[in-house]
Design a protein around this ligand. Structure first.
Ligand SMILES: [Zn+2]
Ligand SMILES: [Zn+2]
Length: 492
């Protein structure tokens, strides 16, 4: 059974055949670190995470790269709010993205390159395009010449003539309206960030003073947006890779431009398969009220926990429509509850005196085998996590009926069910079956906070000895307490 994937480049579901039969080069277009990540970002992350886990499960050596766009006008627009310069705002949100990713139990990518670290590679690539006659300089900016690349429009299925214009343009600099900037002269223009500014941010002119610039053969300036992913993909993977993934909204212009500039520079196919994650939708009228409160990843993890969120995000295939609402999240809570209870019941029964070596329930054993093959078929069908989830729910139902119908339990059958939950639900879907339950981790955090509060009260009451004892007792449990100006903090 081979994996098939829906390729935006061809518009078809195709057999997946990587360039090297043993390894997969996968690039995910990461986010601009200018705002707290929201559940829409989480949808992309979790699906890419599961893709990488499944490719690894199929035996490929997976090289998975996700970038951070840490140089961008939108970041400059936040100066004064989450940092006092473009760089410090970006650092603030890069850390937040990493924390959010970890809190969703995402596997680590091989590397998370940032634009600010790759300006030399970007300049080299732009130089290559200029030398090859695919780009031209105007007043210190460099533009890609779309008419120089015959296949322009092949990803988004449009012709150059249909594209009116793209990107902000300095009057009269571009030869063709669809040409786009590879390098922009100077810093950031206050007019360009006015639309993105929050009321609490610094005045645009002040914020723009902190925008980073770099020397280049065309003078001081900043990289255009699109060129970064080509440069980082080539630096950390290869000129030609297997899978490039991103949100549906990136097909045009971002990915179209990536294809054009990369293939024009190298003369070889940039990415063989282009996979696009459909955006998460919301019920608009509810956005501001109940949902508005926990729409960021951090708030949603706090409210529902990573397993409910992953269950929610994986209950629809990445290519399908997914809506975030009270109902869909409640459904996910109910599903995760059913799955985790089924798993726990299997574990308890398996470790119970009533599980026997010679009791055989063929119905249970067949159900485990069926769930495994249904899961595999689903994942090989374009990473269909919705169907994979259904296979696990069927497994849960089979475990429940075995336990409800038999007083003497089938030890080996239950053990196989447990393995299936852990390997498929845990290993592939990233749900907490068997390993450290993240619920326990957050409970532990709450308990530590409680003890620290009591310790503060003891200190305020002058009971310093008791306060020190509490700190020592926490340390003996592996909780390192540090007193800061903002109060005590701890590390597990
Ligand atoms: Zn990309
Ligand atoms: Zn990108």
């Amino acid at each position: 059974m081979t994996l098939r994937v829906t390729n935006t480049l061809t518009g078809e579901k195709e057999p997946f055949e990587p360039r090297d039969p043993d390894s997969v080069l996968l690039y995910y277009c990461g986010l601009t670190t200018s705002d707290p990540p929201h559940l829409g970002h989480a949808r992309g992350w979790v699906h890419v995470d599961v893709m990488a886990r499944w490719l690894d499960h199929l035996g490929y050596d997976v090289h998975h790269v996700e970038n951070f766009t840490d140089v961008n006008e939108k970041i400059v627009a936040r100066v004064g709010e989450d940092g006092d310069s473009e760089e410090s705002v970006a650092r603030h949100y890069v850390q937040q993205v990493i924390d959010d990713m970890r809190s969703l139990n995402l596997g680590r990518a091989e590397v998370y390159p940032r634009v600010s670290e790759h300006v030399p590679e970007i300049i080299d690539l732009v130089k290559r395009l200029v030398e090859g006659g695919h780009a031209y300089e105007q007043n210190g900016s460099v533009y890609f010449d779309v008419t120089s690349f015959e296949d322009y429009g092949k990803l988004s299925n449009q012709s150059v003539d249909d594209i009116e214009s793209q990107g902000e343009e300095t009057e009269g600099e571009k030869r063709h309206p669809a040409d786009f900037a590879l390098w922009k002269a100077g810093g950031v223009d206050p007019d360009d960030i006015a639309d993105h500014q929050h009321p609490e941010a610094a005045p645009a002119a002040e914020a723009c003073q902190t925008a980073q610039t770099w020397d280049s053969p065309w003078g001081e300036g900043r990289p255009g947006w699109h060129i970064e992913c080509s440069a980082m993909s080539m630096t950390h993977l290869d000129e030609s890779i297997d899978i490039h993934v991103g949100g549906q909204d990136l097909v045009f212009p971002h990915h179209e431009n990536e294809v054009a500039q990369s293939e024009a520079a190298t003369g070889t196919q940039f990415a063989k398969y282009w996979l696009h994650v459909r955006l998460l939708e919301t019920e608009e009228e509810k956005m501001s009220s109940s949902l508005g409160n926990y729409f960021t990843v951090a708030d949603a993890v706090e409210e529902f926990g990573p397993d409910v969120l992953r269950t929610f995000l994986l209950s629809t295939a990445y290519t399908s429509r997914a809506t975030y609402s009270d109902e869909t999240i409640a459904e996910a809570e109910e599903r995760w509850d059913r799955l985790s209870r089924g798993y726990e019941r299997a574990v308890e029964a398996c470790d119970d005196v009533d599980a026997y070596a010679k009791v055989t329930d063929e119905t249970l054993r067949d159900a485990v085998a069926d769930a495994r093959s249904a899961f595999e078929a689903a994942m090989n069908d374009d990473f269909n996590t919705r169907e994979a989830m259904t296979a696990l729910l069927d497994l849960t139902a089979a475990v429940n009926s075995h336990l409800d119908a038999h007083e003497q339990r089938d030890y080996q059958g239950l053990r196989r069910a447990i393995e299936a939950f852990e390997e498929l639900g845990g290993g592939i879907l990233g749900l907490a079956f068997g390993d450290d339950d993240s619920g326990d981790v957050s409970l532990a955090g709450d308990v530590v906070d409680l003890v620290l509060n009591i310790r503060e009260q003891e200190r305020e009451a002058g009971n310093y000895e008791r306060a020190d004892e509490l700190r020592d007792e926490l340390e003996a449990l592996g909780v390192e307490v540090q007193d800061t100006d903002d109060g005590p903090t701890y590390r597990l």
